[in-house]
Design a protein around this ligand. Structure first.
Ligand code: DQA
Length: 144
């Protein structure tokens, strides 16, 4: 099983960026957690982070025929990007959406998730553990 794990803009700034919202752990720690979770579950994973919408669209398209599942935190593009929604729909790879913070209880402009419309499940407000749960959910979903 091969998963593509995508993180959008400013996720590389974890640890520096608004620690009261996103926690004190940095992006390296997040990547390690993702790699460890995948390794423990026999999943091959590719990690991708970009601050650019088109690069994320390109990466989703490249996953066609290669990845079995996608875990995606599109960050701010969650709330604006129909292009990422369309890319996820185009490749039809089962995808799970993750948000570190509890987006539902934040500003009004964060209440819409375009990418989420193409995802089978969303985890939010669980910190880094949301990624672990997303990987386990996707593995279970694909094993059935
Ligand atoms: C986020 C929530 C988004 O609203 C925000 O723009 C982010 C991070 C999260 O993981 O909580 O950059 O996706």
């Amino acid at each position: 099983m091969t998963f593509l794990i995508i993180n959008g803009p400013n996720i590389n700034m974890l640890g520096i960026r608004e620690p009261s919202v996103y926690g004190a752990q940095n992006f390296d720690a997040l990547q390690q957690l993702i790699r460890d979770t995948c390794a423990e579950n026999g999943i091959d994973c590719e990690l991708f982070q970009s601050n650019h919408e088109g690069a994320i669209v390109d990466k989703i398209q490249e996953a066609y025929g290669k990845a079995d599942g996608i875990v995606i935190n599109p960050a701010a593009y969650t709330h604006t990007s129909i292009a990422i929604l369309d890319a996820l729909k185009a490749v039809s790879i089962p995808a799970v959406e993750v948000h570190i913070s509890d987006v539902k209880n934040r500003e009004d402009f964060r209440q819409i998730s375009y990418a989420g419309m193409a995802c089978i499940k969303t985890y939010m407000g669980l910190g880094f553990d949301g990624y672990r749960q997303a990987i386990l959910y996707l593995k279970d979903y694909l094993s059935k």
